[in-house]
Ligand binder design. Structure first.
Ligand SMILES: [Zn+2]
Length: 114
């Protein structure tokens, strides 16, 4: 038995499990071009910052670069890293949304409904 809900865009009665409305094609999970660019940039930025922190520690261990300075730089770049990670997290959260406005439960998705 499938639970039904109302599409947020066209008000059709559709399955809450549907990722895309079969009536109007509304698909809240799709990011659009701007969203994809944003997530792409955020991912690149995260990798860059992660690499930078790694380099800081390689340099800190390999040279006589101050340990305290390395810690402070890690805290600084780690703080900046929270922003792109937040964007990625928000995008992933959005991905779970269906046209009926019901958020898909990731656990439910993986384990199957009872
Ligand atoms: Zn619809």
């Amino acid at each position: 038995m499938t639970e039904t809900g109302t599409c947020e865009k066209c008000a059709s009665e559709i399955s809450v499990e549907a990722d895309r409305c079969p009536e109007c094609g509304y698909e809240p999970a799709s990011h659009g071009i701007l969203g994809s660019i944003g997530v792409g940039l955020a991912t690149m930025f995260s990798i860059l910052l992660g690499g930078l922190i790694l380099i800081i520690w390689v340099v800190a261990i390999g040279t006589d670069f101050g340990f305290t300075d390395a810690l402070m730089l890690t805290a600084f770049f780690g703080f900046i890293l929270l922003f792109p990670l937040g964007i990625i997290y928000a995008a992933m959260n959005k991905e779970m949304k269906t046209p009926t406005g019901k958020k898909k439960n990731l656990k439910e998705e993986l384990l199957g409904e009872e």
